[in-house]
Design a protein around this ligand. Structure first.
Ligand SMILES: NC(=O)C1=CN([C@@H]2O[C@H](COP(=O)(O)OP(=O)(O)OC[C@H]3O[C@@H](n4cnc5c(N)ncnc54)[C@H](OP(=O)(O)O)[C@@H]3O)[C@@H](O)[C@H]2O)C=CC1
Ligand SMILES: CCCCCCCCCCCCCCCC(=O)[C@@H](N)CO
Length: 320
């Protein structure tokens, strides 16, 4: 009783995964897999979706393992769905498959996590990379959310939709031209949906994660320009820590969730008309960030100005 009151006062108790069906896109690796394990350990039914069947099956074993000490373990359902979520029809089929194991009921919680980045120097990268990044990161999330929100409304499921953006969805700098806009787009979608889905009591959250040490991160490092690496820095969270921070944010009922001080600072200073997590602290942080970012931006600009020699313009006949 006292505990419930304390939880209420601390806004800690807005998410009880036990017995809920959590659907996680990109749940076979990195952040998605760790969040899936965390949900399983809290007694949730979990469905993960990704393309590669091998990784899905390996992840499924880890998810089952994580759930083993749950009192409701015997009743829990864990499933995998293989689909390319950058395609509309595949996204609908994936949700159908996930729901079919639960008598056609839409999952209670949708985590739109599948995504990737191919960093690089803007004029050197082919247009195809920009298109395919938007196709999965934005449209992939949109396809799943559109179908899930419709079903939640039709079935009267007061669910949760969680969008995985990035700190790069709140700001932009060299190297992330194909990636940051997709994550900004997700923020825009989250803002509209948070407001509109009040109609059906569906809550929406958007996670602006900082750097996480995942297979995807290792891949993106292959094409990342040095300046981008220097700005992003060496500080990384483990996927497990990042998953925990996300869970904590959802429990608190935060609309915009961040997991480090840089993310928090940029979130607070770019709130616009979005809800704050803590009105007083966010106002303070917003003011501090306004001041601190002046010299920081000067320094970031200088990094580009002083290193032009490292980025020679590729001659027209060598560019694709
Ligand atoms: N790592 C980082 O530093 C940060 C990551 N993020 C965001 O967090 C999310 C997860 O990132 P991270 O854990 O690093 O990613 P990983 O690359 O480690 O994992 C990505 C997951 O998505 C799946 N996936 C990729 N393409 C598709 C597709 N077309 N259809 C279905 N599933 C797909 C992958 O499986 P498969 O390839 O088999 O399909 C895998 O399960 C992304 O949205 C990313 O942008 C945000 C901030 C920082
Ligand atoms: C007080 C204010 C100081 C401002 C400093 C600004 C520093 C910006 C750091 C941005 C880090 C971006 C992480 C995104 C990682 C990501 O999404 C990719 N790894 C893709 O997966």
């Amino acid at each position: 009783m006292t505990n419930t009151l304390v939880n209420k006062l601390l806004r800690r108790n807005k998410f009880q995964p036990k017995g809920k069906h959590v659907y996680i896109t990109g749940g076979s690796k990195g952040l998605g897999k760790e969040f899936a394990k965390l949900m399983a350990s809290k007694g949730a039914h979990v469905t993960i979706c990704a393309r590669g069947k091998g990784d899905l099956d390996l992840a499924l074993e880890e998810i089952k393992e994580a759930a083993q000490s749950c009192e409701n373990y015997e009743n829990l359902k864990f499933n995998v769905v293989s689909a390319d979520l950058s395609k509309h029809d595949e996204s609908i089929r994936a949700l159908d498959e996930a729901s079919s194991k639960h008598d056609g009921r839409v999952p209670d919680v949708i985590i739109c996590n599948a995504g990737f980045a191919i960093p690089g120097v803007f004029i050197e990268r082919p247009m195809e990379e920009f298109e395919k990044t938007m196709q999965l990161n934005y449209f992939g999330a949109l396809y799943t959310i559109h179908e899930a929100a419709k079903r939640m409304a039709q079935q009267g499921v007061k669910g949760k939709i969680v969008i995985i953006s990035s700190v790069a969805g709140l700001c932009g700098f060299m190297g992330f031209t194909s990636y940051a806009p997709t994550k900004h787009a997700l923020r825009g979608l989250a803002e509209c949906l948070r407001h509109e889905l009040i109609l059906y009591d569906i809550s929406v959250h958007c996670y602006f994660a900082g750097t996480i040490d995942t297979p995807g991160y290792k891949e993106e490092m292959k094409t990342k320009p040095k300046i981008t690496k220097d700005i992003e820095g060496d500080d990384k969270m483990s996927p497990k820590e990042a998953a925990k921070a996300l869970y904590k944010g959802i429990c608190k009922g935060n609309f915009f969730i961040t997991s480090d001080i840089i993310g928090d600072a940029i979130r607070a200073s770019t709130l616009g008309i979005s809800p704050s997590n803590n009105a007083f602290l966010d106002a303070l942080l917003c003011g501090i960030t306004w001041v601190v970012t002046k010299p920081v931006r000067w320094y970031f600009d200088k990094m580009v100005r002083d290193n032009k020699a490292d980025y020679p313009v590729v001659p027209a006949d060598k560019i694709n």
